[in-house]
Design a protein around this ligand. Structure first.
Ligand SMILES: Nc1ncnc2c1ncn2[C@@H]1O[C@H](COP(=O)(O)OP(=O)(O)OP(=O)(O)O)[C@@H](O)[C@H]1O
Length: 258
């Protein structure tokens, strides 16, 4: 058939790229209210393409106009998801200078973030055991200055006793989040943006929602110790990252910081 005669290798690449893109968009909106909008758009687009193919002039013009204007509406409706998507691309291993590019140091951001992961995790484990709530945000490449202003600035080398004493219930600094940059605690009592996501289990309150919020808006990593259950949650890109053991969590954080 004529269609297949003109089929080029670039067309296959094109199809694979579109499929990958659709898969990532689906992954982003899965489980949110946006999934219904996403499915709606895909259906309208397919009908539009069909009407074009069948040369149904009037319907295809109407749908074409609708899709044209709809692009602007989409940017507004999917503002959060687009942001998350761009962050996801920006914080992929390739973009952070791994793999082929790992021997080239393009900028300051390509250097390994120098955090004492063991000290942070040991403090979290201990706080979990004694049911002390904590919220720790670790900066990667995106600046956190916009949230730091809401808390108290400081500059203290990360170590386990300091981390624990900040979140100790009677401490004046225990409320809000702690910001860590490289291996320094640079702010405490920070108020973070809270996620607007609705599909979060009810047992997660504002502390967890704040961790989701800041990791949606930036590429920072967040660790939450639940005051209620003592459980340690690891949050990245606006999602909880699953892990089975503390050693696995240690590896995940180390990898995300390299
Ligand atoms: N927007 C925010 N930014 C930073 N910290 C916050 C924010 N909102 C709440 N917190 C912190 O979370 C603490 C407890 O909130 P909450 O009990 O609702 O959280 P939670 O997710 O249920 O966690 P836990 O399992 O520890 O109870 C607050 O005392 C405060 O220190």
């Amino acid at each position: 058939m004529e269609i297949f005669e003109n089929f080029r290798i670039l067309d296959i690449i094109d199809i694979v790229l579109v499929a990958t893109l659709l898969y990532y968009v689906y992954k982003l909106v899965k489980g949110t209210v946006a999934i219904n909008i996403f499915i709606g758009i895909v259906v309208i687009y397919l009908i539009w393409q069909l009407t074009e193919l069948l040369k149904m002039e009037m319907l295809s013009t109407i749908l074409g106009q609708f899709i044209g204007v709809g692009m602007f509406a989409l940017i507004v409706v999917f503002q959060q998801e687009i942001r998350k998507f761009l962050l996801m691309i920006g914080s992929t291993n390739l973009a952070r200078g791994k793999g082929v590019f790992k021997n080239f140091q393009f900028s300051k951001n390509d250097t390994i973030l120098d955090l004492d992961v063991n000290a942070v995790l040991d403090a979290c484990i201990n706080m979990g055991q004694i049911r002390t709530g904590a919220l720790i945000v670790i900066r990667r490449t995106t600046s956190l200055e916009f949230v730091k202003a809401s808390g108290d600035a400081m500059e203290i080398e990360v170590n386990r006793p300091i981390l624990e004493s900040v979140f100790y219930k009677n401490s004046t600094l225990h409320d809000g989040a702690m910001i860590i940059e490289d291996n320094k605690i640079t702010a405490t009592r920070v108020i973070l943006p809270v996620t607007q996501e609705r599909n979060i289990p009810l047992r997660f309150g504002l502390r967890h929602r704040a961790a989701l919020g800041i990791t949606e808006k930036t590429d920072a990593l967040a660790l939450v110790v639940s005051e209620e259950s003592g459980e340690i949650s690891y949050v990245k890109n606006g999602e909880f990252v699953r892990y089975k053991t503390i050693d696995e969590l240690r590896e995940l954080i180390t990898l995300d910081l390299s």
